[in-house]
Design a protein around this ligand. Structure first.
Ligand SMILES: NC(=O)C1=CN([C@@H]2O[C@H](COP(=O)(O)OP(=O)(O)OC[C@H]3O[C@@H](n4cnc5c(N)ncnc54)[C@H](OP(=O)(O)O)[C@@H]3O)[C@@H](O)[C@H]2O)[C@@H](O)CC1
Ligand SMILES: Nc1ncnc2c1ncn2[C@@H]1O[C@H](COP(=O)(O)OP(=O)(O)O)[C@@H](O)[C@H]1O
Ligand SMILES: [K+]
Length: 555
């Protein structure tokens, strides 16, 4: 964000003061939209530019007829914030940013948290810490403040790179400041989507402050985006927010129409799903059904011979072929038409460990999940290659990468804190495979390549609005979706990212009461409704509301 802002300011087209004015105006506008009757507002201003935004907000609300109280610090901010502070002083006083002055402001309809934003570098301490904890609720009236709090960029104390509160143990904490509305600028940041972010930010609104040209590269002097940003801003696509960009619509057309009119089923790929012993077949069958639904031309499920009987029922579209051991699998994989392999769900750790070398030696794109990950943790990463996708949940991730998982649990003492994004990128670099860490805040990273543009590309997918997706077998369905997309020819990181997106959309579309069995069926409806080139524009692009957090973000 800082690099984009710097590029915008360096271009001479816009000044820091302009950006601050736009940011403050956007927040004031959101407040007036949600509290249409002018009331009483208390604006809490910190020492930096976040505080600068606060002074702008105070001015806008005052001019709109609100009674505004500003609490601020006795500090000398940078030039832009100092100018905004000076302008506010022409309108009203600045009271001390203290707990006692906050208590005197309890008649307020709205409290604006403009204390810290993206510039937080260390845990908050002293009087401001006490004030934030009071509003958070551990020793105060949290529910009272929560319904009235509007955060500028983020709730203060939250690290925007990680979604962790600096100085606090990871995970929910009674002191965490949770707000009703967060207005952030230009784009959601990782901290809005990861860990505590979604819960603490409340309703998240992304306000456009005119930085697109420097995000996408249009309008910079040499016509390119700043080089160091290319890896983190390749795509921007918020579901339901606005008409999808061309790349997304091309992708949607590909997903629904398949390749060409002349194509036959083999052109749409053949996926192999390996299954386990008798009585364990459900997980693999879920994966196989999902691979069929996402559009693989053929899907074969491969249990050992003794378990074949378990797979004789529907779906009839599924092919069955017994695979006894690694040799049999290696023979089968001589067939070049088999485009991808799914290994792990319901396989049994021993069988998965036995079959794993044959899968890896074939060089075939593969998804390794569940028991295959446990087997992998025991044997190490040798043989993994760039066409492998690992799909661990948190427990499996800790088995595979214990040091990275431990680092994610330490109390962060400085910003930017080590994040899930960092951990998954490190895991991808170490294993040489695409890694997908499952959860409400799924993170996907591919191993770094030599080209600078592609280095460490990662994706965050937020599914905090669909808790019913956390149901037995949902992960098996995801394995099948990704295997199906790999068989259809998508590169591993794309197959993983698009797979997660389709998986979540299927759950969202079905709604509460979902079981994993419903997901493949629901996928058909999702594919049917994907916006395509002729889809109408649904909302103006200026304000993107990302709540429920249906944010698909490619970093
Ligand atoms: N740049 C732009 O063009 C635009 C930026 N915009 C806005 O600016 C925000 C970012 O501004 P920012 O970089 O000034 O950081 P901010 O979050 O205000 O805090 C920094 C201050 O806090 C201090 N500090 C840090 N940690 C602390 C602690 N634990 N306890 C105590 N102090 C602590 C730190 O001091 P220092 O670390 O230097 O000692 C510094 O003084 C961004 O979120 C958005 O709202 C918009 O206006 C759009 C245009
Ligand atoms: N709180 C949550 N909200 C939304 N989705 C979740 C949540 N927790 C987990 N998920 C998703 O649910 C699925 C569960 O997969 P997994 O843990 O492998 O379960 P299983 O092994 O039972 O299939 C994953 O896609 C994961 O991202
Ligand atoms: K803030």
């Amino acid at each position: 964000m800082r690099a984009i802002e710097a590029a915008a300011i360096d271009s001479g087209t816009v000044s820091g003061l302009d950006l601050m004015e736009r940011a403050g105006a956007a927040v004031a506008g959101q407040i007036r939209l949600r509290w249409p009757r002018a009331g009483t507002a208390t604006v809490l201003c910190g020492p930096g530019n976040n505080g600068g935004d606060g002074f702008v907000i105070a001015g806008h609300l005052a001019r709109a007829g609100w009674r505004v109280r500003v609490l601020g610090m006795d500090s000398t901010p940078g030039a832009d914030a100092a100018e905004m502070k000076r302008r506010w002083r022409e309108i009203g006083p600045i009271l001390p940013l203290s707990l006692s002055d906050l208590h005197r402001a309890r008649d307020s309809d709205v409290f604006v948290d403009a204390i810290f934003g993206t510039g937080l570098t260390r845990p908050v301490q002293g009087e401001i810490d006490a004030l934030l904890r009071h509003m958070g609720g551990s020793d105060g009236d949290g529910a009272f403040y929560r319904s009235r709090l509007v955060a500028v960029d983020c709730p203060s104390g939250l690290c925007m790179d990680s979604g962790a509160f600096l100085g606090r143990p990871r995970g929910p904490h009674p002191d965490d400041l949770r707000v009703a509305l967060t207005v952030a600028f230009d784009s959601p940041k990782p901290g809005h989507l990861l860990e505590r972010g979604p819960d603490c930010c409340g309703r998240l609104v992304i306000a456009d402050i005119g930085l697109h040209p420097w995000r996408t590269g249009i309008g910079t002097k040499d016509g390119r985006r700043p080089a160091d940003l290319s890896a983190i801003w390749p795509e921007f696509d918020i579901e339901d927010g606005r008409r999808p960009p061309d790349a997304t619509r091309d992708r949607n057309a590909w997903l629904t129409k398949r390749h060409s009119v002349e194509g036959h089923k083999f052109h749409h790929g053949h996926a192999l799903i390996l299954a386990g012993g008798l009585g364990q077949g459900g997980a693999a069958r879920l994966a196989a059904r999902a691979a069929l639904r996402i559009g693989a031309g053929l899907v074969t499920i491969c249990p050992p011979k003794s378990a074949l009987i378990e797979h004789l029922g529907p779906p009839d579209a599924l092919m069955r072929r017994p695979v006894e051991d690694a040799n049999a699998l290696a023979d089968l994989l001589q067939d070049r038409r088999i485009g991808a392999v799914g290994l792990g769900p319901g396989c049994g750790v021993d069988r998965a460990g036995d079959l794993l070398p044959a899968v890896l030696d074939s060089g075939r794109p593969c998804v390794l999940d569940a028991d295959a990950l446990t087997a992998l943790a025991a044997r190490g990463f040798k043989g993994l290659h760039g066409n492998c996708v690992l799909t661990p949940h948190a427990g499996e991730f800790a088995r595979l990468f214990p040091d990275l998982a431990r680092q994610l649990e330490t109390v962060p003492q400085s910003g930017p804190a080590w994040s899930r994004l960092d951990a998954v990128r490190a895991a991808a670099a170490r294993s040489g495979a695409t890694v997908l860490l499952k959860g409400a805040d799924t993170v996907i990273a591919r191993p770094p390549r030599d080209e600078p543009d592609a280095q460490g590309q990662a994706v965050i997918h937020s599914a905090t609005d669909i808790p019913w997706l956390a149901t037995a077998g949902a992960g098996d369905v995801l394995t099948g979706i990704i295997a199906g997309l790999l068989a259809r020819g998508l590169p591993p990181c794309d197959a993983a990212s698009i797979g997660v997106l389709m998986h979540a959309r299927a759950a969202r579309r079905f709604g509460p009461g979902l079981t994993a069995d419903d997901l493949p069926q629901s996928l058909a409806a999702v594919l049917r409704d994907l916006p395509r080139r002729d889809s109408p524009r649904t909302r103006p692009a200026a304000l993107l509301e990302a709540r429920p957090l249906r944010v698909w973000r490619n970093w």
